[in-house]
Design a protein around this ligand. Structure first.
Ligand code: NAD
Length: 336
């Protein structure tokens, strides 16, 4: 609005995230009952997930669209974007640079997921997380292992520490040691280093994977709860915990596998389910950010707004292709 745009919001849009229609009206938006009419007249569409291909086909030709669009995840969606000549900005393509941080939906949503994963682990665990000195004896703190120290993993370390657990974490990017320690966690060194491009990890070789698993298998026997967050962009989640490692864990242990969406870091994970594997609970929750919908939405909206601010000037759309955030995010990718 401050950028001179008029804003239409679908009635009921924020209800599930606890944002009532009146809040949008008070902020100056027009509430619409017929989203399709508003969509077909819009110069710029902001969304969380991509609309269905038949809805994309009703957008104005050349309109811009911002959201987690995943064009490569669905050929029909990709075709609808191309054939309509839409200027699509899938936010998951945003470069992970300092300037982009305020627009980074992968980070804001991963933060919520990492936080919730620890709460799920604490809820499923048949024990306290903190150390307690009570008249009924002293309770030792739970040992929590976080696998992967990206955005979700570091939030999981911080959250488990706040709950009083003893926290260890490992990652194949060596620079994470300092980040883990700064949050009060212990870096678990499994002797494998596999930093890839763009600040991400690369996939491990077979030898590296075997070494990681050999050292980890022994270690897991003393762990009460594991939160898995390891990922490699564009690939299925790395398989890190085998069925035999789970077999070696103490009954009552818990594994919460955030990587379930892309196949799981644990061999036994069933996406969307919580199972009992010989006394070890293995949970594979999906779309965890939505379980913290109020703050997840608030952060997503702020990210999307910050990106949209790069495109809207005095009420009109203008694309500055010299700006690497636009040039690298746009889809289809620009030539050269
Ligand atoms: P991600 O979700 O791609 O992966 C999660 C973690 O899993 C990563 O830390 C990765 O190193 C780790 N991993 C992969 N394979 C593993 C294995 N076999 N064993 C153990 N760990 C494994 O990561 P992300 O949270 O999206 O963050 C990726 C990078 O981007 C990080 O360096 C992060 O600090 C950086 N980042 C930068 C910005 C920014 O500046 N805009 C924002 C967010 C993240």
């Amino acid at each position: 609005m401050a950028a001179g745009a008029t804003v239409a919001v679908e009635r009921g849009l924020g209800a599930l995230a606890h944002f009532p229609d009146e809040a949008y009206a008070t902020a100056g938006a027009t509430l619409v009952d017929d989203a399709s009419a508003a969509l077909s007249g819009a110069d710029l569409v902001l969304c969380v997930q991509a609309p269905a291909p038949d809805v994309l086909a009703t957008l104005r030709e050349g309109a811009a669209i911002i959201g987690q669009l995943q064009p490569e995840g669905d050929p029909a969606r990709a075709e609808a974007i191309r054939s309509r000549g839409l200027v699509a900005f899938p936010l998951e393509r945003l470069p992970r640079t300092t300037r982009a941080q305020a627009m980074d939906v992968l980070s804001s949503q991963a933060g919520m997921a990492g936080y919730k994963a620890v709460l799920i682990a604490a809820q499923l665990a048949p024990r306290f997380f903190p150390m307690l000195t009570t008249a009924a004896g002293t309770i030792r703190p739970s040992k929590v292992l976080v696998i992967g120290a990206g955005v979700a993993g570091l939030q999981a370390v911080a959250t488990a520490r706040r709950l009083g657990a003893q926290v260890e974490c490992f990652d194949v990017r060596p620079e994470t040691r300092e980040q883990i320690e700064s949050l009060g966690g212990r870096f678990l060194d499994l002797g494998v280093s596999a930093a890839g491009e763009g600040g991400y990890a690369r996939a491990l070789t077979e030898e590296e994977r075997a070494e990681q698993q050999r050292r980890l298998g022994e270690h897991l026997r003393g762990i009460d709860a594991i939160v898995c967050t390891a990922a490699v962009p564009g690939r299925p989640a790395p398989r890190i915990i085998t069925a035999s490692m789970v077999e070696g864990m103490a009954p009552g242990s818990v594994i919460v596998d955030l990587a379930a969406e892309t196949g799981g870091n644990c061999e036994l994970t069933r996406p969307g389910e919580t199972i009992d594997a010989g006394g070890v609970t293995v949970a594979g929750p999906l779309n965890l950010a939505s379980s913290g919908a109020l703050h997840a939405s608030e952060m997503f909206a702020r990210n999307a707004f910050n990106f949209a601010s790069l495109l809207v000037s005095e009420g009109a759309l203008a694309f500055d292709w010299e700006d690497e955030l636009l040039a690298k995010t746009v889809w289809p990718p620009r030539e050269g």
